[in-house]
Design a protein around this ligand. Structure first.
Ligand code: NI
Length: 174
């Protein structure tokens, strides 16, 4: 079932393990993609994962772009990644700010790999590969975690790395 809002932290559906997409042209799959896109855009998000709308399928969208939530994000075309597999290209862990449409009002510093390669299937089911680094790599790793029932707060090193969104906006103001 597709929700018409993004599920919020505490909803057990966010903790489900997603299963692979096997049928790429079903009404359910297409409906899920369209809801993910709509909710990501209306929430000014730079990515979203199917479990966030209550669908336990391995689908994420990565769409780094400058928004009021991430004013310094680099622009990239919105990319739909089904059944993604992650390979680490640069194991250096870099801490950077993340938020989540499922965890409103706060931000935290999260360690993520600097460069990764992702093998995935596109919306037609065709095999693809993409190399990502820095912020887009961070967004993917965040969304990939949602497929395993993880949220970014599960990855932080210290509760001191959590701030209110209002304080985050002050920190990045320039
Ligand atoms: Ni998220």
């Amino acid at each position: 079932m597709t929700e018409n809002t993004v599920l919020q932290l505490g909803n057990p559906l966010l903790r489900q393990i997603a299963t692979p997409v096997t049928v790429f042209n079903s009404p359910e799959f297409l409906d899920c993609l369209s809801s993910m896109q709509t909710l990501m855009e209306s929430g000014n998000g730079v990515g979203i994962a199917a479990p966030q709308i209550g669908v336990a399928m391995q689908i994420v969208i990565v769409a780094s772009r400058p928004t009021n939530r991430y004013p310094d994000a680099p622009e990239m075309p919105a990319t739909i990644l089904c059944n993604p597999q992650l390979e680490i290209l640069d194991p250096t862990l870099i801490k950077g700010w993340e938020g989540c449409l499922s965890v409103p009002g706060i931000r935290a510093l999260v360690p993520r790999y600097q460069a990764i390669r992702v093998r995935f299937q596109d919306r037609e089911g065709k095999s693809q590969q993409i190399d990502l680094k820095d912020f887009p790599a961070r967004v993917f790793q965040h969304e990939f975690d949602h497929l395993q029932g993880l949220v970014y707060l599960d990855r932080i090193e210290s509760s001191r790395d959590i701030v209110a969104e209002s304080e985050y906006l002050k920190l990045i103001a320039h």
